[in-house]
Design a protein around this ligand. Structure first.
Ligand SMILES: Cc1cc2nc3c(=O)[nH]c(=O)nc-3n(C[C@H](O)[C@H](O)[C@H](O)COP(=O)(O)OP(=O)(O)OC[C@H]3O[C@@H](n4cnc5c(N)ncnc54)[C@H](O)[C@@H]3O)c2cc1C
Length: 269
């Protein structure tokens, strides 16, 4: 028997094109394209590698607005078997507690699983709370910053290697467990046409509203969120010094650039 793996991905605004409303201090999301949180691509790749090696299934879940279906289609295109879009107006405004609770209840409803793989953190909120909170709701072990994972079939355990600042740590954990993939630890594969066609032919994406999950409205969304962001006091301003290199000759231009960087104290020879 293989491993049944669940991967959590977040559909995030592409932060390279996000601006902040100076008056309200909130993100201006309108018209901003969204992407799969880049660090979740490491999680998905790690899970797909394990499926390739040990067999089993990969199910991707996301709690997000309906347009996140595009992200799930991408995940199916990479090789995930199935995806669940947890989407309902009552889930909106969730802080990390309400988000992790909703994800935990979704996973309980999925039922059987051996492993959950998450990203290290997101690029839009970056709390890195969700993995730890989710493991706590589900009462399973949690190991973060994982770069490699090996399934020990005879003992039904997972051997994981995790990256610390100046060392690697090796753990053996009982399954089911939750791991988060260290950022930039994998090389996410491309979407294949064969897999992409499955999104059209096999309907592998399910939509679960609260009509399906039947969660208490006081425990989800804004109502279930004890964290209140009252105000953002400080918005850093990035001021750029622009200077155009006057040199046309590439060697002289390089010398000019090196001199400038040394003058600014950014380069020492
Ligand atoms: C008071 C308050 C109100 C908020 N209101 C909103 C709001 O209205 N809209 C909004 O978009 N955000 C809102 N947020 C942000 C929201 O709390 C976070 O987006 C969310 O809880 C996830 O936290 P994070 O991004 O820090 O995830 P992290 O903990 O950094 O993520 C770790 C990993 O968990 C997984 N993960 C994270 N989120 C999801 C998800 N949704 N589905 C599946 N897997 C996931 C991914 O694998 C990710 O790499 C609010 C936050 C607060 C405090």
């Amino acid at each position: 028997m293989g491993l049944d793996i669940i991967v959590g991905i977040k559909w995030v605004p592409n932060t390279t094109s996000v601006n902040i409303d100076e008056k309200t201090g909130t993100l201006i999301r309108t018209g901003v394209p969204s992407i799969i949180n880049p660090h979740d691509m490491d999680a998905l790749e790690l899970a797909l590698k394990m499926k390739d090696r040990y067999g089993g299934t990969v199910t991707v879940i996301t709690m997000a607005p309906p347009h996140a279906k595009m992200g799930l289609e991408h995940a199916i295109g990479m090789g995930a078997d199935k995806a669940i879009l947890i989407s309902d107006k009552v889930f909106a405004g969730a802080d990390t507690l309400a988000t992790s609770y909703t994800l935990a209840k979704t996973i309980e409803k999925i039922g059987r699983y051996d492993l959950i793989v998450m990203g290290q953190e997101t690029i839009d909120s970056s709390t890195a709370h969700i993995g730890a909170q989710l493991a706590s709701w589900l009462n399973i072990p949690y190991v973060y910053y994982v770069i490699e994972a090996e399934y020990l079939r005879s003992s039904h355990k997972l051997k994981v290697k995790r990256l610390m600042e100046d060392a690697y740590e090796i753990y053996e954990v009982n399954l089911p467990a939750l791991i988060s993939a260290a950022m930039h630890s994998q090389h996410p594969r491309r979407v294949s046409l064969k897999n992409k066609l499955r999104t059209k032919l096999e309907n592998p994406i399910e939509w679960w509203s609260n009509g399906v999950l039947k969660l208490n409205p006081n425990c989800i969304g804004l109502k279930g969120s004890p964290t209140i962001v009252k105000k953002i006091e400080f918005m850093p301003k990035v001021e750029r010094k622009r200077e155009i290199c006057p040199e046309k000759d590439p060697v002289k231009a390089a010398e000019w650039l090196v001199r400038k960087l040394m003058d600014e104290g950014l380069l020492k020879l």
